[in-house]
Design a protein around this ligand. Structure first.
Ligand code: HEM
Length: 360
C-alpha cells in the first residue's frame, strides 16, 4: 500500500470495494425482491447525486471567479453536459421503479415509517448549489430547518446539516452564471468601458423597438385571420410588449446581465460568442433535464401510490408536480420570450470585436 491508497494488487472487487457495497441492500434483514429493487434504485440515484454535487461545486467555483480564464469555460460546459446526461439517465430509470406494483409497494411501505426522498440531503445540497431559494419553491420549506430537526432527532445526521450550511454560505451557480453573463461585451462595449451604460441602454432600446415592430406585425396578421376578439388580442399583445420592457429595463434602468443574455441569444453566430452561447445552452439543458426528471418522478409516483399522502407527509403527487414548476435560471428562460427575427435585430456595432469582418 502506498500513501494515496493506491494498491498494486488491486482486483476489480477490491478497487470498487464491492463486498462493502453489496452488503448495504438489506440482505441481512431478508428483504423481498421488490424491496431489494426499491433500495437498489434509491442507492443508484444517490450515487449519481454524489457525482452531480461534485461536478456542480467545481463549475460554481470556476465560474464564480471575477476573472474567468477562457479555457475554463469548455470544462464548465463539459461538466454541465455530464450532469444533464445523468439527469436524463435518472429520468429513464423511473421506468425500472415502475415495475413495482402498488400492492408490491404496500407490502413493505409501512416499514419505511416517515423515511422519504424528501430527506435526501444530497438532493437538497445540489438544489442549494444551483441556487434554488424559498421564493422559487413558492413555499416556506427551508432545507436547513428540515435538517436541523433531523440532526436533533438523530445526531448521526449532523454532517448533513453541516454540508447544507456550508453550501448555502457560498454564492450559488445561479449567482456565478449571472455575474459571468453580466460581463459579456455587448456591441463591442465592455462593462468597465467609459460610456458602457449609455451604449447598452441604446442597444436595449433599439431591441425593444424591433420587438414592438415584430409584435405589431404578428398582431396584425392574427387580427386579419379574424380568429380572435380584437380587444382581447390587443390587451394580450400590449401586455407582452410591456413585460418585455420591464424585463430588459426593470425600473427603467438597464440590467446588464439580461442585456448580456439578450445579446448572446440574438447574435449566436458570432465566433467570439461560441463559448458563451454553449454555456447558456448547457445551463438551460441542465435545468430542463432536472424539470423532466421531477415530472417523470411524479408520474411514477402517481402510478404506484395514486393520490396518497407521501411517507414524508406531503400531499404526494400534487407536491411533486409543484416541484416540476421550479425554475432557477429564470432569466435564461425569460430572454427567449423577448427575442426577434434575425433580420429585425439592431445592426451589430463593432463586428470586428467579435471576430466578424463587415460583410462576412
Ligand atoms: C416507489 C417509489 C417511490 C415513491 C412512491 C416515491 C414517492 C415520493 C413522494 C410522495 C414524495 C414527496 C415527499 C413525501 O411526502 O414523501 C417524494 C419525494 C422525493 N423522492 Fe420519491 N418516491 C419513490 C422513489 C424515489 C426514488 C427511487 C428516489 C431517488 C433518490 C426518490 C427521490 C425523491 C426525492 C429527491 C424527493 C424530494 C423531492 C423534492 O422535495 O423536491 N424517490 N417521493
Amino acid at each position: 500500500m502506498v500513501d494515496n491508497g493506491v494498491r498494486a494488487d488491486w482486483t476489480y472487487g477490491t478497487y470498487l470495494r464491492l463486498d462493502e457495497l453489496l452488503a448495504l441492500q438489506g440482505d441481512d434483514r431478508g428483504v423481498s425482491n421488490d424491496e431489494l429493487h426499491f433500495i437498489v434504485v434509491h442507492q443508484t440515484f444517490e450515487l449519481w447525486f454524489k457525482q452531480v454535487v461534485r461536478e456542480l461545486c467545481e463549475i460554481r467555483g470556476s465560474l464564480g471567479n471575477s476573472e474567468v480564464p477562457e479555457e475554463a469555460i469548455p470544462s464548465c460546459v463539459h461538466g454541465m453536459r455530464r450532469v444533464t446526461e445523468i439527469f436524463r439517465l435518472m429520468e429513464s430509470q423511473w421506468s425500472v421503479m415502475e415495475t413495482l406494483t402498488p400492492q408490491g409497494f404496500l407490502a413493505f411501505r409501512d416499514d419505511l415509517g416517515t423515511a422519504s426522498g424528501f430527506e435526501s440531503y444530497q438532493m437538497r445540497e445540489l438544489e442549494i448549489i444551483l441556487g434554488l431559494t424559498k421564493s422559487m419553491r413558492g413555499t416556506n420549506f427551508d432545507p436547513l430547518e428540515q435538517f436541523r430537526k433531523i440532526a436533533e432527532r438523530d445526531p448521526t445526521q449532523t454532517h448533513a446539516l453541516d454540508r447544507l450550511t456550508e453550501a448555502s454560505q457560498k454564492p450559488s451557480l445561479l449567482d456565478a452564471v449571472m455575474s459571468w453573463v453580466r460581463r459579456t461585451p455587448i456591441m463591442g462595449s465592455r462593462q468597465e468601458d467609459p460610456g458602457d451604460d449609455e451604449r447598452i441602454t441604446k442597444y436595449v432600446e433599439a431591441h425593444l423597438f424591433a420587438y414592438s415592430e415584430h409584435s405589431l406585425n404578428q398582431q396584425r396578421s392574427i387580427s386579419e385571420s379574424g380568429n380572435m376578439n380584437p380587444e382581447m388580442l390587443d390587451a394580450r399583445m400590449e401586455s407582452a410588449r410591456s413585460q418585455a420592457r420591464d424585463f430588459l429595463l426593470p425600473n427603467g434602468k438597464v440590467d446588464r446581465a439580461r442585456a448580456g443574455l439578450l445579446f448572446i441569444e440574438s447574435y449566436r453566430e458570432l465566433p467570439l460568442l461560441t463559448w458563451p452561447r454553449a454555456l447558456v445552452d448547457a445551463v438551460v439543458e441542465l435545468e430542463e433535464s432536472m424539470v423532466k426528471w421531477r415530472h417523470a418522478h411524479a408520474r411514477m409516483v402517481e402510478r404506484i401510490i395514486g393520490r396518497r399522502v407521501g411517507t414524508g407527509g406531503s400531499s404526494g403527487v400534487d407536491y411533486l408536480d409543484g416541484t416540476a414548476k421550479y425554475r432557477i435560471f429564470t432569466d435564461l428562460w425569460a430572454v427567449r420570450t423577448v427575442l426577434v427575427r434575425p433580420d429585425l435585430r439592431p445592426e451589430l456595432e463593432n463586428p470586428e470585436f467579435y471576430g466578424f469582418s463587415q460583410g462576412s
